[in-house]
Design a protein around this ligand. Structure first.
Ligand code: GDP
Length: 141
């Protein structure tokens, strides 16, 4: 267990004007934001990020969606961060997400599901380093 995870506020949520509300949920859930930036992924960046899903039937749809507009990438810190963030965002498909979770409140479909969260400590480290350099991660609150 480590204390870092990686999050994305996805293009659907940014387009819908929910960036600030979701950022507020992150703070309310007790995460320390080590770094955050608003970026627009290229298709190649999205394909690299989701390479593990390359054989899945929805890969094209997913990578086109993720490169369709601005998103906010964040490196988050909290004790047991990966599990805590997955609990805060809820199930992949919003119809299965618990009440009060971010996906329940902001996602519209299994594809356009508002936020990303790392699924393991190992992937959290890989994903943070995909978007941030070490010096961009600000330790002090
Ligand atoms: P996550 O870890 O909860 O984000 O879920 P997964 O790792 O299983 O899937 C990664 C992302 O792929 C999800 O967050 C969705 O954006 C997308 N995705 C998963 N299943 C589907 C699907 O059936 N259709 C589409 N279009 N996208 C999907």
């Amino acid at each position: 267990m480590t204390n870092r995870t990686f999050a994305i506020i996805k293009p659907d949520a940014v387009k819908n004007g929910d960036t600030g509300k979701i950022y507020d949920r992150i703070l309310s859930a007790g995460f320390n934001v080590l770094s955050a930036k608003l970026i627009k992924l290229t298709l190649a960046q999205a394909e690299g990020f989701y390479a593990v899903h390359a054989e899945r039937p929805f890969f094209g749809e997913l990578t086109e969606f993720m490169s369709s507009g601005k998103c906010m990438v964040l490196a988050l810190e909290k004790e047991d961060a990966v599990a805590e963030w997955r609990k805060t965002i809820g199930a992949t498909n919003p119809v299965d997400a618990d009440e009060g979770t971010i996906r329940k409140d902001f996602a519209t479909s299994v594809g356009e599901n508002a936020v990303h969260g790392s699924d393991s400590d190992e992937n959290a480290a890989i994903e943070i380093s995909y978007f941030f350099t070490g010096s961009e991660l600000v330790q002090n609150r």
